[in-house]
Every structure is written in structure tokens, then in C-alpha cells.
Design a protein around this ligand. Structure first.
Ligand SMILES: *Cc1c(COP(=O)(O)O)cnc(C)c1O
Length: 389
């Protein structure tokens, strides 16, 4: 069997380091102290990255972490179904597929909810949330997505969480694709539950999610969960006792994540990783724009995580054909996720740098010159810009 060799410009799974992959070449048991201490250490380090580590061993701290098997959606579903009671009302701010996924989770779990929808290219506003509180005085929880990976838009959290707090409601943030690269002020913004995953900006491999929860909020949720395996409170209680996961944990993934966290700290933490991704995004956008691909979002709301591009004017590009061409040359890109526009996406996160961005722009440029003219029988393409990469 030949293993394909290409880098992922997809925001999860993403390209990981060789050392993260090597950490998985071990069969580790799960019941002994060795393993429990790895879990405890991961939980501690996550609090430190979030800027909410206890001041001393005697300090119980304001926040705690829960690790849970599964992909990001499992984490979102675990939180929504474990903390919003039948008698509560959840407000969901949605401006993309991941906001809509929260709505779907609520339908499956019969979670009372209302939705404030915003266009895919604009951020949810505090005014709209304020109006929702006026229309629905029963709102007890508000949930939103930080970076909507659907488009790459970076939603503003602080104004929404401020309104939430002013109404005494609980605030839930899907920070799946932003945690570790975009600064998040848990305490200042008043975040009660933050959900993220091992396989996004912390550059681990897929297999588990983590929830950073305000302990005082979490302890009050003991009897709310709607399922056994996604019971956030029970998962926390089990892990809190001695570091053991409640059910079989993805051992190799956990080992890889411990290594990924060490490398994250070594790189310089949130600021340095975020700066690398931002530079990737900048180089990518400059290169793609020079080829005629237009970034779909306004710069002001564009995250450093993933960029949505529209095709150059008058060029017929078949995405599948372009995707195959690029992949053969070393990179996997992402299809678009919009119904209102013909777009595709390129991620700028993972173990990739500005040279990778120049390289992929060069490959796309070659594609336009050598292939796109004939795809769909369009005219020959004039690129007219310097060769990139
Ligand atoms: C990746 C991601 C998720 C989780 O998706 P999975 O397919 O379950 O991994 C949720 N929200 C956002 C914003 C994401 O980027």
C-alpha cells in the first residue's frame, strides 16, 4: 500500500509534525498512574493555555477541563445536551454551518432553543442578541461559534457575551478552530463553556475534544445530561477523581496530543502560533488575489484560520479537477461550504508555513495556465502576474 504524501490545507485534520505522529507508535495501557498523569498534565496545560490556570496547588481555580472521546461535534453535543435543561432556553447565534449544527443538535436532543441568524459574511451583533432577550425573556443560555470555519469569518465574542452576562445567562463558545491561535479571554469575556478539539490549532490528531468549563457552572449540571456517553458532568467527575477516562480513551491520540502541547509551548504559545497562521493567511491571500481569486470575506472579519475564495472572473474552473491537480503536487485544499456562491477554501493552520502558501499559489497559477483554459471550454486565461513560489 502506498501512503499518499501531501500536506493538508484543511482546518482539521491538519498537517502535524513528524514528532507528533511518532508519539503514536506506542501501545499504552490506560489504568495505571503513568497514563493518568498524562491526562492530568494535558488538563492542566489546557488551563494554562487558556490563561486560567490556578494560581497555586492550593487554589481550586475558576475553570476546569473535561476531555471527551470523539470529534468536535461530540464536544458541542455533549455541552448543549448536558448543560441546557428541559426548562431552560438556549439562544444560538448562527452565521454558518457550525451554528446550524448546534440547531440540529438541539432538535435531536429536544433542547428548547431559539436562533438569531446572520448572513454568512457578517458577524452576529449584540443588538440582535439584546432583541432576542427582549422577545424571549426565558433565555438562560447563549451559544455561538468563534471562528466560523464555514467561511473563515471571525465572530466578535465580547459584545455578545457581555449581553449574555448582563441577563445572567450562561455563555457557550465553540472555539473549535480558534483556540490556540486566536487570543480568548475566558474570564474577561465571561465564558462558561469553551469547546475545542485536539486536531485544530493545537496541532494534534483527531480523536478527542476538550471543554474548558467554569467549575461553578458545571457542578450545577449534574442531572441534565440526555445520554450516557456524552454526559459532560459524569465524564468530568470520573476524570477529576484520578485522571482516568470514563470509557476507553484514544490512547495514541492522547500521546500525540501531549507531544503537540509540548511543541505548542516550545513554539511560543498562542501569540507566536497565531502570528504564523496570520502570516500564512496573508501570503496566501496576496498570492491568490494576484491570480484573480477573490477572498470572499471582508478583510475586517477574516480570521487567520481559513480563507474562502471565489473564482477569477470569466474562468471556468472545475473544483474536482483543480483539487486533483493540486493534491498530486503536494497539497489538499477544501471545497466551499456556501450555497449562495461558488467558492472553495484553503486553510492556513497546521504545521505549514509561508513557503507552503507560496508553493500552493504557484501550483494554482500553473493550473490556471495549463489546465483551466480548457476546462469547460473557456478562453485561455491571462494571469499576467509574477510566478509565485
Ligand atoms: C471543526 C469544527 C467543528 C467540529 O467538527 P467535526 O467535524 O465534528 O470535527 C465544530 N465547530 C467548528 C467551528 C469547527 O471548525
Amino acid at each position: 500500500m502506498s501512503t499518499p504524501r501531501y500536506k493538508l490545507l484543511t482546518p482539521g485534520p491538519l498537517t502535524t509534525t513528524a514528532t507528533v505522529k511518532q508519539a503514536m507508535l506506542v501501545d499504552h495501557c490506560t489504568w495505571d498512574d503513568d497514563y493518568k498523569s498524562i491526562t492530568r498534565d494535558i488538563r492542566r496545560r489546557l488551563l494554562a493555555i487558556a490563561g486560567v490556570a490556578p494560581a497555586s496547588p492550593a487554589d481550586p481555580g475558576t475553570y476546569t477541563t473535561v476531555l471527551l472521546q470523539g470529534s468536535g461535534t461530540y464536544g458541542v453535543e455533549a455541552v448543549l445536551s448536558s448543560v441546557v435543561a428541559e426548562t431552560d432556553l438556549l439562544l444560538i447565534c448562527a452565521n454558518g454551518a457550525y451554528g446550524e449544527r448546534m440547531v440540529e443538535i438541539c432538535r435531536w436532543n429536544a433542547i428548547p432553543h431559539v436562533v438569531v441568524r446572520t448572513a454568512h459574511n457578517s458577524v452576529p451583533s449584540a443588538d440582535a442578541v439584546e432583541a432576542a432577550f427582549a422577545d424571549h425573556p426565558g433565555i438562560t443560555h447563549v451559544a455561538m461559534v468563534h471562528c466560523e470555519t464555514t467561511t473563515g469569518i471571525l465572530n466578535e465574542v465580547a459584545p455578545i457575551s457581555a449581553v449574555t452576562r448582563a441577563h445572567g445567562a450562561t455563555f457557550i463558545l465553540d472555539a473549535m478552530s480558534s483556540f490556540g491561535a486566536v487570543p480568548i479571554d475566558l474570564t474577561g469575556w465571561g465564558i462558561d463553556y469553551l469547546i475545542s478539539s485536539a486536531n485544530k490549532c493545537l496541532q494534534g490528531v483527531p480523536g478527542f475534544v476538550f471543554v474548558i468549563a467554569r467549575t461553578a457552572a458545571l457542578v450545577a449540571t449534574e442531572h441534565i445530561a440526555r445520554s450516557l456517553s456524552l454526559n459532560l458532568y459524569a465524564q468530568w467527575q470520573a476524570m477529576e477523581a484520578d485522571g482516568k477516562w470514563r470509557f476507553t480513551s484514544p490512547t495514541q491520540v492522547v500521546l500525540a496530543f501531549a507531544q503537540a502541547l509540548a511543541e505548542f509551548v516550545e513554539e511560543g504559545g498562542v501569540a507566536v502560533r497565531g502570528a504564523r497562521y496570520a502570516e500564512n493567511q496573508r501570503v496566501l491571500t496576496a498570492g491568490m488575489s494576484a491570480l484573480g481569486f477573490r477572498p470572499w470575506l471582508d478583510r475586517a472579519v477574516q480570521s487567520p484560520i481559513i480563507t474562502t475564495f471565489g473564482y477569477p472572473e470569466g474562468v471556468a474552473v472545475d473544483f474536482a479537477d483543480m483539487y486533483g491537480w493540486i493534491k498530486e503536487r503536494g497539497y489538499a485544499i477544501y471545497p466551499g461550504k456556501l450555497t449562495e456562491a461558488d467558492t472553495f477554501r484553503i486553510g492556513s493552520i497546521g504545521e505549514v508555513d509561508a513557503d507552503d502558501m507560496r508553493a500552493v499559489c504557484g501550483i494554482v497559477g500553473d493550473y490556471l495556465r495549463e489546465r483551466a483554459g480548457s476546462v469547460g471550454g473557456g478562453d485561455a486565461v491571462e494571469v499576467g502576474q509574477p510566478q509565485l513560489g
